[in-house]
Structures are given as structure tokens and as C-alpha cells.
Design a protein around this ligand. Structure first.
Ligand SMILES: Nc1ncnc2c1ncn2[C@@H]1O[C@H](COP(=O)(O)OP(=O)(O)OP(=O)(O)O)[C@@H](O)[C@H]1O
Ligand SMILES: [Mg+2]
Length: 479
């Protein structure tokens, strides 16, 4: 192929090549051909070390030996001096002939030109011929310098691309940072807005009207309240589920207080805190003498709650044997006291609550399936706090007011930064945790406002475990 054509191709390749190594090899090949040399090298410097970037027609063996050291020392000098080295007969010529026994090595003609980048020689393009003295002339030197210019161009372009890539990456990082800041700002605005709303409200904090016990008017809470509305005027059994501390008991009490049985009693029993042996007599009552210690007749809670509502809290913990008896009571509206042979009719609305996953308990054989379906006629799911963070500010106002009312504190409010900490935390213990955290912050607070520094432990907990959500959620393992 015509040399001009080869140069043109090389130039094109220099501009296009994304595989720079391929381009280096091709450039050295062209240099070898242009000069009619035997072998060619492209050498660069890294600190004091010389590194062969490309070697053509040079076998690996000779790259390691003395001969290579000589070739490299000429390439090194080319870079150090940033000038072309044309050595017509290395065996006879000055510095290099004394450095090594050039003759012995059979190195005769050498041509080495610097590759310049922004005024510095960053590499050397080197060709040689071992057998012919005076193989290269000035014309060859000019040709090789042109190839070296192409190499400069390619390196420069490569460097520019690197810079561009870095700048693009930096711009992407910046964009991300801006997005994060924007999100933070939005959050702060939301916090300030809801704090304004809360302080503008009358002394009773937002309870979305219908159920004043339940603070919070997030969409999730309003959805739940819409379900509650549907069970106020009837006696259907209601199952309340939700993580610990979400307010299940408050929901049960609210249904009672606004339902048609509000004139009657509200009785709650925690099924997990009563020994299995006592739970039957607790629920259904016993006759005097029916067991040791039964010194007189006792009414069970089903009767005590007569005309009102009975909350079976932590119903998932009820012993299996009791579950059968409970099912009978629910199905027939009749109970049998311990030691009694007759049954009595009862008139109660039953609400059950649990933070356990009853379906999993059923699958594990720990909860009766028939009882599950009997309880699960209407299910009300109380949303965890991390799913309704917009309620946090009104809950905070509510609990601060509560703490002031009890004379625990004179704290009047909370700073936006502190509110941000509260909104960022994941609240595995839900509203109960928020209540406790605020109480302790109030007790230790120094000014009238709670500051971010009053919630250091929360900020720390969140940074240790940022992704965790609802860690103490409904215990799902059926133990
Ligand atoms: N929406 C709310 N508004 C005001 N206080 C609330 C609200 N939800 C919960 N609380 C308060 O949080 C605490 C926990 O509520 P509650 O006992 O009803 O939760 P729970 O779901 O029954 O918890 P557990 O599963 O541990 O029994 C209570 O002090 C309650 O007053
Ligand atoms: Mg409870």
C-alpha cells in the first residue's frame, strides 16, 4: 500500500480509535515500514522507569536482555532531551557505544523520536536495524516525527476524552447532590407547613374529627377510619392488626366509644399476660368450689362486658384449647362457666387485636383456622408510623401537650431540624416509641424548643441502620 495512503489511514485511526493500544501497534508498524527498519518500539516513562508500550518484530527474549537495555537507554535519552536521536552506526557512536558493547550486540542503526504532549516528551518512538549501518537518514527522521505527531494527537484526544468522562461523572454527582438537597428542602418545607398547621389548631390537636383519640390525619389514617365507620352501628366481630405500638388498643376503644354500645362497659383482656390455666375462668367465670382457690362464684369478662364491648388483645397468644371454647362462645353467643353444667347467653361485641401474623400461626398449627375465619370478618389494619410520617408533627404536638398537662415539662415546641430527625427515623416501635422518645426528650430538654441535639440517639440509630424499616414489626415467625 502506498505510504501516503498508510499515513492517511493512520491519521484516521488516531482520530477514531477507542482501542488506543491497537493504534499504538499500528503506528509502530507504520514507523518500521517508513524507515525500512527491522524492529520498532514505543516506550514511555513512569517516574524513572521505562515501559514498553508496544513492540513490533521484537521477540520477548530480546526485550529482557542487554540489548533491550541499550535500546531503552536511547529511548530514555530521546525523552529526557526531547530531541530526535539518529544514530547511524551505534557501534561506533559516542555515548552508546561505551555504555554496552554495541557491536557485540549487533545493533547498528537507530532512529528514535520524541512523542510530545503539551511541551513534554511523554514517549519515544524507536526503530532500529541490527545489520546495516547508516540505514536511516534525515528523511526517515522527519517521517517518524510525523508518526510521532499522530501519536501525540491520539494521546491528546485520549486525555481529553478522559477529562470529558470525568467531568460528566462529576456533573452526574452534582446533579444527584442537588436532587438530594431538593428532597431535603421539600421535607423541611413539609415539616414547617405541618408544624404551622398544628400550632394554628386549637388546643385539641387534629384527630380528623370523628375519632378524637386518634391523632393523625394522613391518608393512611383516614382510610383506616373509613373502615372503622362501617362497624360502628353493628356488632360484627372486628380483627385489628398492626405492628406493636401502632395504636390498636386506641382503635378498639374508639370503635367502642363511637359505636352503638357506647353506653355499656368496655372491657379489655390481654390474652398473653394471663396463665393458660386461668384464662378460661377469666373469660367465662367459675362457680364456687370448682377448683382450689375458687372460694366464691365469679363472673367472667364475657358477662362483665355484657351490653358493651370485649377486647381480646394479643389474641394470637391464646392457648389452642381455649380457642375452641372461644369459638363456641362467639358462634352461639353462649358461655359455660368453669364448674357449671348450664350455659348462659351473653350479649357482647367482640373485638380482637394482634400484632402476630395469624395466617402464619394457622399454617403452623398454632391458631385454629375456624376461629381465624370467625374473627376475621372485618379486618382493620393500623398503619405503621413509617408509612404515615406526615402524622409525626401532629403527634409530636399532641404528646408535648400531654406532657405539659401532666406537668412534666414546659417545652413548647420543636425546631424544624429536630422535626427532620424525627421524620427521618424509621420508628420500629411506632407511636409508642415516639411517645416515649418525646417524654424523655422533654425531661432532659434545656430550652422551650426541642432541638435536634435532644434526639441524638435517633440520628445515630438511623445512620447505623439506615435502610431498616419497621424492625420490630409483626413478629412473623410462628413460635
Ligand atoms: N393515633 C394515635 N394518637 C395518639 N396516641 C396514639 C396513637 N396511636 C397510638 N398512640 C399511643 O401509643 C401508645 C401505643 O398504643 P396502643 O397501646 O394502642 O398500641 P398497640 O398497637 O395496641 O400496641 P401493642 O401491639 O404493643 O399492644 C399508647 O400510649 C397510645 O395512646
Ligand atoms: Mg395493644
Amino acid at each position: 500500500m502506498d505510504l501516503t495512503e498508510r499515513m492517511r489511514r493512520l491519521l484516521r485511526k488516531a482520530m477514531e480509535e477507542s482501542d488506543v493500544r491497537g493504534f499504538f501497534d499500528q503506528a509502530v508498524d507504520v514507523a518500521v515500514e517508513l524507515a525500512g527498519a527491522e524492529r520498532g518500539l514505543l516506550v514511555r516513562k513512569e517516574g524513572e522507569r521505562l515501559i514498553v508500550v508496544s513492540a513490533r518484530n521484537v521477540d520477548r527474549e530480546s526485550l529482557r536482555g542487554r540489548e533491550a537495555r541499550l535500546s531503552l537507554s536511547i529511548a530514555g535519552a530521546t525523552m529526557d532531551e526531547a530531541t530526535t536521536h539518529l544514530i547511524e552506526d551505534a557501534a561506533r557512536q559516542g555515548a552508546f557505544s561505551t555504555a554496552e558493547s554495541v557491536y557485540e550486540l549487533g545493533l547498528r542503526s537507530v532512529l528514535s523520536v520524541p512523542v510530545m504532549l503539551e511541551g513534554t516528551a511523554v514517549a519515544a518512538l524507536y526503530v532500529d536495524s541490527r545489520f546495516i549501518a547508516g540505514a536511516f537518514g534525515e528523511e526517515d527522521a522527519r517521517s517518524l516525527e510525523t508518526v510521532a505527531d499522530f501519536l501525540s494527537l491520539c494521546l491528546w484526544k485520549h486525555g481529553m476524552l478522559e477529562v470529558q468522562r470525568r467531568q460528566r461523572a462529576e456533573a452526574a454527582d452534582l446533579r444527584e447532590e442537588i436532587e438530594a438537597l431538593k428532597a431535603q428542602l421539600d421535607e423541611l418545607l413539609a415539616v414547617t407547613r405541618s408544624a404551622d398547621r398544628a400550632s394554628a389548631a386549637p388546643s385539641r390537636v387534629v384527630g380528623a374529627g370523628r375519632f378524637p383519640l386518634l391523632t393523625g390525619d394522613s391518608a393512611a389514617m383516614l382510610r383506616m377510619q373509613a373502615v372503622m365507620e362501617r362497624v360502628l352501628d353493628n356488632d360484627v366481630t372486628v380483627l385489628i392488626i398492626g405492628e406493636s405500638g401502632t395504636g390498636k388498643e386506641l382503635v378498639a376503644r374508639s370503635i367502642f366509644e363511637h359505636g352503638r354500645r357506647r353506653g355499656g362497659p368496655f372491657v379489655a383482656i390481654n390474652c398473653s399476660s394471663i396463665p393458660a390455666s386461668l384464662i378460661e375462668s377469666e373469660l367465662f367465670g367459675h362457680l364456687k368450689g370448682s377448683f382450689t382457690g375458687a372460694t366464691r362464684d365469679k363472673k367472667g369478662l364475657f358477662e362483665v362486658a355484657g351490653g358493651g364491648t370485649l377486647l381480646l388483645d394479643e389474641v394470637g397468644e391464646m392457648p389452642l384449647e381455649m380457642q375452641a371454647k372461644l369459638l363456641r362462645a362467639l358462634q352461639h353467643g353462649e358461655i359455660q362457666a368453669v364448674g357449671d353444667v348450664t350455659t348462659r347467653r351473653v350479649d357482647v361485641r367482640v373485638i380482637a387485636a394482634t400484632n402476630r401474623n395469624l395466617e402464619e400461626l394457622v399454617a403452623a398449627g398454632k391458631f385454629r383456622e375456624d376461629l381465624y375465619y370467625r374473627l376475621n370478618i372485618v379486618t382493620i389494619e393500623v398503619p405503621p408510623l413509617h408509612k404515615r410520617k406526615e402524622d409525626i408533627s401532629v403527634l409530636v404536638q399532641h404528646f408535648l401537650e400531654e406532657n405539659r398537662r401532666q406537668g412534666l415539662t414546659t417545652v413548647k415546641g420543636i425546631s424544624p431540624q429536630a422535626m427532620l430527625v424525627l421524620r427521618r427515623y424509621s420508628w420500629p416501635g411506632n407511636v409508642r416509641e415516639l411517645e416515649t422518645v418525646l417524654k424523655s426528650a422533654c425531661l432532659f430538654a434545656e430550652g422551650e424548643l426541642l432541638e435536634a441535639s435532644d434526639f441524638e440517639a435517633l440520628a445515630r440509630a438511623e445512620s447505623v441502620n439506615p435502610g431498616e424499616r419497621g424492625g420490630r414489626s409483626r413478629r412473623s415467625s410462628a413460635t
